[in-house]
Design a protein around this ligand. Structure first.
Ligand SMILES: Cc1cc2nc3c(=O)[nH]c(=O)nc-3n(C[C@H](O)[C@H](O)[C@H](O)COP(=O)(O)OP(=O)(O)OC[C@H]3O[C@@H](n4cnc5c(N)ncnc54)[C@H](O)[C@@H]3O)c2cc1C
Length: 414
Protein backbone atom coordinates (compact mmCIF):
# COMPACT_ATOMS: atom_id res chain seq x y z
CA UNK A 1 0.00 0.00 0.00
CA UNK A 2 1.44 3.48 -0.83
CA UNK A 3 2.30 5.72 2.10
CA UNK A 4 -0.61 7.90 3.10
CA UNK A 5 -0.23 11.57 3.69
CA UNK A 6 -0.19 12.74 7.26
CA UNK A 7 -1.15 16.16 6.07
CA UNK A 8 -4.78 17.21 6.21
CA UNK A 9 -6.55 18.07 2.96
CA UNK A 10 -6.86 21.78 2.31
CA UNK A 11 -10.60 21.52 2.85
CA UNK A 12 -9.99 21.00 6.54
CA UNK A 13 -8.65 24.53 6.82
CA UNK A 14 -12.01 25.86 7.76
CA UNK A 15 -13.75 28.17 10.11
CA UNK A 16 -11.18 27.89 12.87
CA UNK A 17 -8.83 30.41 11.32
CA UNK A 18 -8.90 33.57 13.38
CA UNK A 19 -10.43 31.87 16.42
CA UNK A 20 -7.41 29.95 17.63
CA UNK A 21 -4.35 30.90 19.64
CA UNK A 22 -0.93 31.03 17.99
CA UNK A 23 0.87 27.69 17.99
CA UNK A 24 4.17 27.43 19.86
CA UNK A 25 7.28 26.91 17.71
CA UNK A 26 9.58 23.88 17.84
CA UNK A 27 12.19 25.55 20.04
CA UNK A 28 9.73 26.71 22.63
CA UNK A 29 8.02 23.27 22.65
CA UNK A 30 11.34 21.64 23.41
CA UNK A 31 12.36 24.21 25.98
CA UNK A 32 9.05 24.07 27.82
CA UNK A 33 9.12 20.27 27.87
CA UNK A 34 12.67 20.31 29.26
CA UNK A 35 11.70 22.85 31.94
CA UNK A 36 8.65 20.82 32.96
CA UNK A 37 10.71 17.64 33.22
CA UNK A 38 13.38 19.40 35.30
CA UNK A 39 10.74 20.71 37.68
CA UNK A 40 8.86 17.42 38.03
CA UNK A 41 12.09 15.67 38.85
CA UNK A 42 13.11 18.33 41.33
CA UNK A 43 9.69 18.10 42.98
CA UNK A 44 9.79 14.32 43.17
CA UNK A 45 11.20 14.56 46.67
CA UNK A 46 11.88 11.39 48.57
CA UNK A 47 8.44 11.58 50.18
CA UNK A 48 6.52 11.84 46.94
CA UNK A 49 8.74 9.64 44.83
CA UNK A 50 6.44 6.69 45.41
CA UNK A 51 3.25 8.29 44.18
CA UNK A 52 2.20 6.26 41.18
CA UNK A 53 3.60 3.06 42.62
CA UNK A 54 2.48 2.32 46.15
CA UNK A 55 -1.08 1.35 47.11
CA UNK A 56 -2.10 5.01 47.35
CA UNK A 57 -0.84 5.76 43.87
CA UNK A 58 -2.28 8.66 41.93
CA UNK A 59 -2.91 9.37 38.30
CA UNK A 60 -0.61 12.25 37.23
CA UNK A 61 -3.53 14.63 36.74
CA UNK A 62 -1.67 17.77 37.78
CA UNK A 63 1.07 17.01 35.27
CA UNK A 64 -1.49 16.91 32.48
CA UNK A 65 -2.81 20.29 33.60
CA UNK A 66 0.73 21.59 33.28
CA UNK A 67 1.21 19.93 29.90
CA UNK A 68 -2.01 21.54 28.72
CA UNK A 69 -0.89 24.88 30.13
CA UNK A 70 2.44 24.54 28.32
CA UNK A 71 0.62 23.91 25.05
CA UNK A 72 1.71 20.29 24.80
CA UNK A 73 -1.73 18.74 24.43
CA UNK A 74 -2.79 21.19 21.74
CA UNK A 75 0.59 21.07 19.98
CA UNK A 76 -0.47 17.87 18.25
CA UNK A 77 -3.40 19.62 16.59
CA UNK A 78 -3.15 21.07 13.12
CA UNK A 79 -2.16 24.72 12.77
CA UNK A 80 -5.71 25.64 11.71
CA UNK A 81 -6.97 24.21 14.99
CA UNK A 82 -4.44 26.12 17.06
CA UNK A 83 -1.75 23.45 17.16
CA UNK A 84 1.76 23.07 15.86
CA UNK A 85 1.13 19.91 13.83
CA UNK A 86 3.62 18.24 16.16
CA UNK A 87 4.34 14.79 14.76
CA UNK A 88 2.28 15.29 11.63
CA UNK A 89 3.53 18.41 9.88
CA UNK A 90 6.68 17.82 7.82
CA UNK A 91 9.87 18.34 9.81
CA UNK A 92 8.25 18.04 13.25
CA UNK A 93 9.26 14.47 14.14
CA UNK A 94 12.67 15.44 15.62
CA UNK A 95 10.90 17.93 17.91
CA UNK A 96 8.21 15.43 18.87
CA UNK A 97 10.77 12.79 19.84
CA UNK A 98 12.65 15.38 21.91
CA UNK A 99 9.46 16.42 23.66
CA UNK A 100 8.53 12.78 24.36
CA UNK A 101 11.99 12.15 25.79
CA UNK A 102 11.67 15.10 28.12
CA UNK A 103 8.18 14.14 29.28
CA UNK A 104 9.36 10.55 29.84
CA UNK A 105 12.38 11.84 31.74
CA UNK A 106 10.10 13.90 33.94
CA UNK A 107 7.72 11.02 34.62
CA UNK A 108 7.38 7.75 32.73
CA UNK A 109 3.67 7.29 33.49
CA UNK A 110 2.90 10.76 32.18
CA UNK A 111 5.11 10.03 29.16
CA UNK A 112 3.17 6.84 28.36
CA UNK A 113 -0.18 8.58 28.39
CA UNK A 114 1.06 11.65 26.56
CA UNK A 115 2.49 9.36 23.87
CA UNK A 116 -0.98 7.82 23.48
CA UNK A 117 -2.49 11.27 23.05
CA UNK A 118 0.02 12.08 20.32
CA UNK A 119 -0.59 8.73 18.61
CA UNK A 120 -4.34 9.37 18.60
CA UNK A 121 -3.89 12.78 17.04
CA UNK A 122 -1.63 11.39 14.35
CA UNK A 123 -4.43 8.96 13.46
CA UNK A 124 -7.05 11.69 13.61
CA UNK A 125 -5.03 13.95 11.36
CA UNK A 126 -4.49 11.16 8.86
CA UNK A 127 -7.98 9.67 8.79
CA UNK A 128 -10.42 11.80 10.77
CA UNK A 129 -13.38 13.56 9.16
CA UNK A 130 -13.26 17.37 9.38
CA UNK A 131 -16.27 17.62 11.71
CA UNK A 132 -14.83 15.13 14.21
CA UNK A 133 -11.42 16.79 14.04
CA UNK A 134 -12.93 20.18 14.74
CA UNK A 135 -14.99 18.86 17.66
CA UNK A 136 -12.11 16.95 19.26
CA UNK A 137 -9.72 19.84 18.73
CA UNK A 138 -12.11 22.06 20.64
CA UNK A 139 -12.29 19.42 23.39
CA UNK A 140 -8.51 19.58 23.70
CA UNK A 141 -8.27 23.35 23.66
CA UNK A 142 -11.24 24.17 25.83
CA UNK A 143 -11.47 21.18 28.17
CA UNK A 144 -7.92 19.74 27.97
CA UNK A 145 -9.43 16.41 26.94
CA UNK A 146 -6.92 13.64 26.51
CA UNK A 147 -6.93 11.13 23.70
CA UNK A 148 -5.30 7.73 23.60
CA UNK A 149 -5.21 4.51 21.61
CA UNK A 150 -6.60 1.46 23.36
CA UNK A 151 -5.77 -1.30 20.99
CA UNK A 152 -4.42 -4.20 23.08
CA UNK A 153 -6.89 -7.06 22.85
CA UNK A 154 -8.44 -8.94 25.69
CA UNK A 155 -7.02 -12.50 25.62
CA UNK A 156 -10.62 -13.74 25.89
CA UNK A 157 -11.30 -12.38 22.40
CA UNK A 158 -11.04 -9.31 20.20
CA UNK A 159 -13.48 -6.45 20.67
CA UNK A 160 -16.19 -6.66 18.00
CA UNK A 161 -17.48 -3.70 16.00
CA UNK A 162 -20.95 -4.60 14.78
CA UNK A 163 -22.36 -2.36 12.03
CA UNK A 164 -25.88 -1.00 12.61
CA UNK A 165 -28.46 0.50 10.27
CA UNK A 166 -27.63 4.14 9.58
CA UNK A 167 -23.86 3.68 9.54
CA UNK A 168 -23.24 3.51 13.28
CA UNK A 169 -21.81 0.58 15.22
CA UNK A 170 -22.31 -1.38 18.44
CA UNK A 171 -19.25 -2.53 20.41
CA UNK A 172 -18.99 -5.92 22.09
CA UNK A 173 -16.09 -7.05 24.20
CA UNK A 174 -13.24 -5.56 26.18
CA UNK A 175 -9.81 -4.00 25.72
CA UNK A 176 -6.81 -4.39 27.99
CA UNK A 177 -4.01 -1.97 28.93
CA UNK A 178 -6.32 1.03 28.54
CA UNK A 179 -3.85 3.65 29.79
CA UNK A 180 -5.40 6.63 31.48
CA UNK A 181 -8.67 4.79 32.24
CA UNK A 182 -11.01 7.27 33.86
CA UNK A 183 -8.91 10.20 32.63
CA UNK A 184 -8.59 9.77 28.88
CA UNK A 185 -11.88 11.12 27.57
CA UNK A 186 -11.54 10.53 23.81
CA UNK A 187 -9.71 7.22 23.24
CA UNK A 188 -9.49 5.23 20.06
CA UNK A 189 -11.12 1.87 20.73
CA UNK A 190 -10.43 -0.28 17.70
CA UNK A 191 -12.19 -3.55 17.05
CA UNK A 192 -12.88 -6.24 14.49
CA UNK A 193 -15.64 -5.92 11.92
CA UNK A 194 -17.56 -9.12 11.11
CA UNK A 195 -15.11 -9.77 8.23
CA UNK A 196 -12.14 -9.60 10.62
CA UNK A 197 -10.81 -6.24 9.49
CA UNK A 198 -9.96 -3.52 12.04
CA UNK A 199 -12.19 -0.47 12.41
CA UNK A 200 -11.06 2.59 14.35
CA UNK A 201 -13.64 4.20 16.63
CA UNK A 202 -13.32 7.14 19.00
CA UNK A 203 -15.40 6.63 22.12
CA UNK A 204 -16.66 9.71 23.99
CA UNK A 205 -16.18 8.15 27.43
CA UNK A 206 -18.37 10.71 29.20
CA UNK A 207 -21.34 9.86 26.97
CA UNK A 208 -21.34 6.06 27.26
CA UNK A 209 -21.43 3.40 29.96
CA UNK A 210 -18.38 1.14 30.25
CA UNK A 211 -17.14 -1.30 32.86
CA UNK A 212 -13.68 -0.52 34.27
CA UNK A 213 -11.79 -3.45 35.76
CA UNK A 214 -9.13 -1.78 37.91
CA UNK A 215 -8.25 -5.07 39.62
CA UNK A 216 -6.92 -6.35 36.32
CA UNK A 217 -4.10 -3.76 36.56
CA UNK A 218 -1.59 -5.06 39.15
CA UNK A 219 1.64 -4.44 37.29
CA UNK A 220 5.26 -4.61 38.39
CA UNK A 221 5.59 -0.90 37.49
CA UNK A 222 3.81 1.96 35.67
CA UNK A 223 0.88 1.66 38.04
CA UNK A 224 0.12 5.36 37.77
CA UNK A 225 -0.92 4.92 34.12
CA UNK A 226 -4.17 3.29 35.31
CA UNK A 227 -4.05 0.90 32.35
CA UNK A 228 -7.21 -1.02 33.19
CA UNK A 229 -9.23 -3.59 31.34
CA UNK A 230 -12.41 -1.93 30.07
CA UNK A 231 -15.52 -3.66 28.80
CA UNK A 232 -17.30 -1.72 26.06
CA UNK A 233 -20.14 -4.16 25.51
CA UNK A 234 -23.32 -2.30 24.63
CA UNK A 235 -21.67 0.97 23.61
CA UNK A 236 -23.38 2.37 20.52
CA UNK A 237 -21.68 4.95 18.34
CA UNK A 238 -23.02 7.06 15.51
CA UNK A 239 -21.12 7.14 12.21
CA UNK A 240 -19.50 10.43 13.21
CA UNK A 241 -17.31 8.55 15.73
CA UNK A 242 -15.79 6.15 13.18
CA UNK A 243 -12.35 7.04 11.89
CA UNK A 244 -10.97 5.86 8.54
CA UNK A 245 -11.89 2.69 6.75
CA UNK A 246 -11.28 -0.98 7.55
CA UNK A 247 -7.62 -1.75 8.32
CA UNK A 248 -6.55 1.90 7.97
CA UNK A 249 -5.23 1.66 11.52
CA UNK A 250 -2.48 -0.65 10.36
CA UNK A 251 -1.55 1.41 7.29
CA UNK A 252 2.19 1.39 6.86
CA UNK A 253 4.76 2.76 7.34
CA UNK A 254 3.14 4.88 10.04
CA UNK A 255 1.78 1.98 12.08
CA UNK A 256 5.13 0.24 12.60
CA UNK A 257 7.37 3.29 12.43
CA UNK A 258 5.17 5.01 15.02
CA UNK A 259 6.85 2.80 17.61
CA UNK A 260 9.67 5.34 17.68
CA UNK A 261 7.40 7.48 19.89
CA UNK A 262 7.40 5.04 22.79
CA UNK A 263 11.11 4.38 22.28
CA UNK A 264 11.65 8.11 22.86
CA UNK A 265 9.72 7.91 26.14
CA UNK A 266 11.77 4.86 27.19
CA UNK A 267 14.91 6.87 26.42
CA UNK A 268 13.68 9.60 28.75
CA UNK A 269 13.20 7.03 31.52
CA UNK A 270 16.77 5.80 31.04
CA UNK A 271 18.07 9.39 31.16
CA UNK A 272 16.31 10.00 34.47
CA UNK A 273 17.84 6.84 35.90
CA UNK A 274 21.27 7.89 34.69
CA UNK A 275 20.93 11.35 36.24
CA UNK A 276 19.71 10.01 39.57
CA UNK A 277 22.42 7.36 39.69
CA UNK A 278 25.12 9.96 39.19
CA UNK A 279 23.57 12.15 41.88
CA UNK A 280 23.41 9.16 44.25
CA UNK A 281 27.08 8.35 43.71
CA UNK A 282 28.04 11.98 44.18
CA UNK A 283 26.02 12.17 47.44
CA UNK A 284 27.56 9.00 48.76
CA UNK A 285 31.06 10.08 47.69
CA UNK A 286 31.57 7.03 45.50
CA UNK A 287 32.74 8.80 42.39
CA UNK A 288 36.39 7.71 42.45
CA UNK A 289 35.82 3.98 42.34
CA UNK A 290 37.02 2.30 39.17
CA UNK A 291 34.02 -0.03 38.87
CA UNK A 292 31.49 2.73 39.45
CA UNK A 293 33.21 4.86 36.84
CA UNK A 294 33.10 1.99 34.36
CA UNK A 295 29.36 1.51 34.89
CA UNK A 296 28.70 5.23 34.60
CA UNK A 297 30.68 5.29 31.35
CA UNK A 298 28.60 2.38 30.07
CA UNK A 299 25.39 4.23 30.97
CA UNK A 300 26.61 7.45 29.36
CA UNK A 301 27.43 5.56 26.18
CA UNK A 302 24.02 3.91 26.14
CA UNK A 303 22.24 7.26 26.59
CA UNK A 304 24.21 8.90 23.80
CA UNK A 305 23.75 5.93 21.46
CA UNK A 306 20.02 6.06 22.09
CA UNK A 307 19.99 9.75 21.35
CA UNK A 308 21.79 9.23 18.04
CA UNK A 309 19.40 6.42 17.12
CA UNK A 310 16.39 8.59 17.80
CA UNK A 311 17.87 11.31 15.61
CA UNK A 312 18.16 8.91 12.68
CA UNK A 313 14.72 7.45 13.42
CA UNK A 314 13.19 10.91 13.09
CA UNK A 315 15.07 11.34 9.80
CA UNK A 316 13.71 7.99 8.59
CA UNK A 317 10.17 9.09 9.45
CA UNK A 318 10.56 12.36 7.59
CA UNK A 319 12.01 10.56 4.56
CA UNK A 320 9.14 8.07 4.59
CA UNK A 321 6.78 10.82 3.49
CA UNK A 322 8.45 10.80 0.08
CA UNK A 323 8.42 7.23 -1.23
CA UNK A 324 7.19 3.72 -0.53
CA UNK A 325 10.80 2.50 -0.50
CA UNK A 326 11.73 5.06 2.17
CA UNK A 327 8.65 3.92 4.08
CA UNK A 328 9.83 0.31 4.06
CA UNK A 329 13.25 1.47 5.19
CA UNK A 330 11.67 3.43 8.06
CA UNK A 331 9.81 0.31 9.21
CA UNK A 332 12.99 -1.78 9.25
CA UNK A 333 14.93 1.03 10.88
CA UNK A 334 12.31 1.38 13.61
CA UNK A 335 12.48 -2.37 14.21
CA UNK A 336 16.22 -2.06 14.71
CA UNK A 337 15.72 1.04 16.85
CA UNK A 338 13.34 -0.88 19.14
CA UNK A 339 15.68 -3.83 19.40
CA UNK A 340 18.74 -1.68 20.08
CA UNK A 341 17.21 0.78 22.53
CA UNK A 342 15.50 -1.96 24.52
CA UNK A 343 18.88 -3.59 24.97
CA UNK A 344 20.52 -0.28 25.90
CA UNK A 345 17.80 0.52 28.43
CA UNK A 346 18.22 -2.91 30.01
CA UNK A 347 21.95 -2.20 30.32
CA UNK A 348 21.24 1.17 31.93
CA UNK A 349 18.84 -0.54 34.35
CA UNK A 350 21.34 -3.21 35.33
CA UNK A 351 24.17 -0.71 35.70
CA UNK A 352 22.00 1.58 37.85
CA UNK A 353 20.97 -1.31 40.10
CA UNK A 354 24.60 -2.30 40.56
CA UNK A 355 25.71 1.31 41.16
CA UNK A 356 23.20 2.09 43.91
CA UNK A 357 23.03 -1.40 45.42
CA UNK A 358 20.39 -2.71 47.79
CA UNK A 359 20.44 0.45 49.93
CA UNK A 360 19.61 2.52 46.86
CA UNK A 361 16.75 0.21 45.96
CA UNK A 362 14.93 0.85 49.23
CA UNK A 363 12.18 3.37 49.97
CA UNK A 364 12.04 6.31 50.15
CA UNK A 365 14.67 6.52 47.38
CA UNK A 366 13.12 6.55 43.91
CA UNK A 367 15.28 3.89 42.25
CA UNK A 368 13.03 0.93 42.97
CA UNK A 369 10.06 2.62 41.32
CA UNK A 370 12.11 3.93 38.40
CA UNK A 371 13.54 0.48 37.74
CA UNK A 372 10.14 -1.19 37.92
CA UNK A 373 8.52 1.45 35.73
CA UNK A 374 11.11 1.25 32.99
CA UNK A 375 11.34 -2.55 33.06
CA UNK A 376 7.56 -2.79 32.77
CA UNK A 377 7.20 -0.16 30.08
CA UNK A 378 9.95 -1.74 27.98
CA UNK A 379 7.59 -4.67 27.36
CA UNK A 380 5.99 -3.64 24.10
CA UNK A 381 4.24 -5.60 21.35
CA UNK A 382 5.97 -8.30 19.34
CA UNK A 383 9.63 -7.57 20.12
CA UNK A 384 10.73 -10.85 18.52
CA UNK A 385 9.04 -9.92 15.26
CA UNK A 386 11.01 -6.66 15.25
CA UNK A 387 14.31 -8.53 15.39
CA UNK A 388 13.16 -10.69 12.52
CA UNK A 389 12.09 -7.68 10.45
CA UNK A 390 15.41 -5.91 10.91
CA UNK A 391 17.25 -9.06 9.85
CA UNK A 392 15.00 -9.56 6.85
CA UNK A 393 15.58 -6.00 5.65
CA UNK A 394 19.33 -6.30 5.96
CA UNK A 395 19.26 -9.46 3.84
CA UNK A 396 16.50 -8.59 1.41
CA UNK A 397 18.25 -6.35 -1.09
CA UNK A 398 19.74 -7.85 -4.24
CA UNK A 399 22.49 -7.06 -4.80
CA UNK A 400 23.06 -6.39 -1.11
CA UNK A 401 23.17 -2.69 -0.25
CA UNK A 402 26.57 -2.08 1.37
CA UNK A 403 26.54 -1.49 5.11
CA UNK A 404 27.34 2.22 4.73
CA UNK A 405 24.15 2.76 2.75
CA UNK A 406 21.67 0.52 4.49
CA UNK A 407 20.08 3.02 6.87
CA UNK A 408 18.92 6.63 6.69
CA UNK A 409 21.83 9.05 6.61
CA UNK A 410 24.05 6.43 4.96
CA UNK A 411 25.96 7.44 1.85
CA UNK A 412 23.62 5.58 -0.50
CA UNK A 413 20.59 7.38 0.84
CA UNK A 414 21.92 10.93 1.01
C1 LIG B 1 2.45 0.57 31.09
C2 LIG B 1 1.80 0.07 29.85
C3 LIG B 1 0.79 0.80 29.27
C4 LIG B 1 0.16 0.33 28.12
N1 LIG B 1 -0.83 1.09 27.56
C5 LIG B 1 -1.44 0.67 26.44
C6 LIG B 1 -2.48 1.44 25.82
O1 LIG B 1 -2.89 2.50 26.31
N2 LIG B 1 -3.03 0.94 24.70
C7 LIG B 1 -2.66 -0.25 24.15
O2 LIG B 1 -3.21 -0.63 23.12
N3 LIG B 1 -1.68 -0.99 24.71
C8 LIG B 1 -1.08 -0.57 25.83
N4 LIG B 1 -0.10 -1.34 26.39
C9 LIG B 1 0.16 -2.66 25.83
C10 LIG B 1 1.41 -2.70 24.98
O3 LIG B 1 1.25 -1.90 23.85
C11 LIG B 1 1.70 -4.14 24.56
O4 LIG B 1 0.64 -4.63 23.80
C12 LIG B 1 1.89 -5.04 25.73
O5 LIG B 1 2.73 -4.42 26.67
C13 LIG B 1 2.54 -6.32 25.25
O6 LIG B 1 2.31 -7.28 26.24
P1 LIG B 1 3.17 -8.57 26.30
O7 LIG B 1 4.60 -8.25 26.52
O8 LIG B 1 2.50 -9.46 27.30
O9 LIG B 1 2.98 -9.10 24.79
P2 LIG B 1 3.13 -10.43 24.04
O10 LIG B 1 2.74 -10.12 22.64
O11 LIG B 1 2.44 -11.56 24.71
O12 LIG B 1 4.69 -10.69 24.05
C14 LIG B 1 5.38 -11.43 25.03
C15 LIG B 1 6.46 -12.25 24.35
O13 LIG B 1 5.86 -13.23 23.47
C16 LIG B 1 6.33 -13.05 22.13
N5 LIG B 1 5.22 -13.35 21.24
C17 LIG B 1 4.25 -12.51 20.79
N6 LIG B 1 3.41 -13.18 19.99
C18 LIG B 1 3.82 -14.46 19.94
C19 LIG B 1 3.37 -15.63 19.28
N7 LIG B 1 2.27 -15.59 18.52
N8 LIG B 1 4.06 -16.77 19.45
C20 LIG B 1 5.15 -16.82 20.23
N9 LIG B 1 5.63 -15.76 20.89
C21 LIG B 1 4.98 -14.59 20.74
C22 LIG B 1 6.79 -11.60 22.07
O14 LIG B 1 7.74 -11.37 21.05
C23 LIG B 1 7.39 -11.42 23.46
O15 LIG B 1 8.67 -11.97 23.51
C24 LIG B 1 0.56 -0.90 27.54
C25 LIG B 1 1.59 -1.62 28.11
C26 LIG B 1 2.21 -1.17 29.26
C27 LIG B 1 3.31 -1.98 29.86
Amino acid sequence: MPPISLLPPATRVATWIGRVPRAPDADSLRRRAAALADRWRAEASEETAWAGDADDWQFPDAKFDELAEAGKLAATLAAEHGGAGLGTAPGTMPTLLRVLRHVGRGDLCTGRIYEGHVNAWQLLRAFGKPALLARLAEDVREHRHLSGVWNAENPAGALRVIPRPGGGVRLEGAKTFCSGAGHVQRPFVNGRLPDGRVQMCVVPMDEVRTLHDADWWRPMGMRGTASYRIDFTGVELGPEWLVGGPDDYEREPWFSAGAMRFVAVHAGGAEALFDDTRAFLARSKRTEDHFQLTRIAEMAGAIETTSLWLGSAAAAWEAARDSAEAGRRAIAHTALLRMTVEELCLRVLTAAERCVGARGLMEPLPFGRMVRDLRMYLRQPVPDLMVRRAGEWALATHPLVPAHGLWPGGEETE
